[in-house]
Ligand binder design. Structure first.
Ligand code: SME
Length: 170
């Protein structure tokens, strides 16, 4: 087990750089999707401040299905095009939502959530799932958070062997 008990500095970009290295080290040598997404969600929950939910939804039978996460119980199925997660899949791009209450169709799994960042995960140019991060603070995420966490999402998607997931994927 790798040591994840590190200090995250006040400098955001430096902290994200450290987190990126930690994520690479944590997932190195393992391709299993469940194992990697479980550890990835745990590391993200530990490293990021003011987060009430962090985890993954994976494409299965044309819909998003709840995957490994840290936080309160969550909705299991999300249709493509619905909510922030389904919109990220439909548009195939990151959704940075400053105030979820202003997002039409937002799905409130945890009523504490006030802002949200959803990043599509891809394999061979197909969206295979999303990384979803919720915060109880309005405006928790800005464009720096989005671009730095996108780098982390790239590490996660590259570490996973999606072959077992793809036949049921989208
Ligand atoms: N808020 C998401 C649903 C998932 S939960 O946040 C865990 C959405 O609108 O898609």
């Amino acid at each position: 087990m790798k040591d994840i008990n590190v200090q995250y500095s006040e400098d955001r970009v430096q902290s994200y750089s450290l987190l990126l290295s930690q994520m690479k080290a944590l997932l190195e040598g393992e391709g299993d999707v469940t194992a990697n997404l479980s550890n990835a969600s745990a590391l993200l929950k530990e490293a990021l401040d003011h987060i009430n939910w962090v985890g993954f939804y994976l494409m299965k039978n044309g819909k998003l299905l709840l995957g490994p996460f840290q936080g309160k119980v969550a909705c299991v199925h999300i249709e493509v095009g619905k909510g922030v997660c389904g919109t990220a899949v439909l548009e195939n791009r990151t959704q940075l939502v400053t105030d979820v209450h202003l997002f039409p169709g937002h799905i409130a799994c945890d009523s504490a959530s006030s802002s949200e960042l959803v990043i599509p995960l891809r394999s061979r140019d197909r969206v295979v799932g999303v990384l979803d991060i919720d915060s109880p603070l309005i405006g928790r995420f800005d464009s720096v958070d989005a671009s730095e966490i996108e780098k982390i999402a790239r590490v996660i998607e590259e570490a996973c062997d999606w072959q077992g997931e793809l036949p049921a994927g989208r």
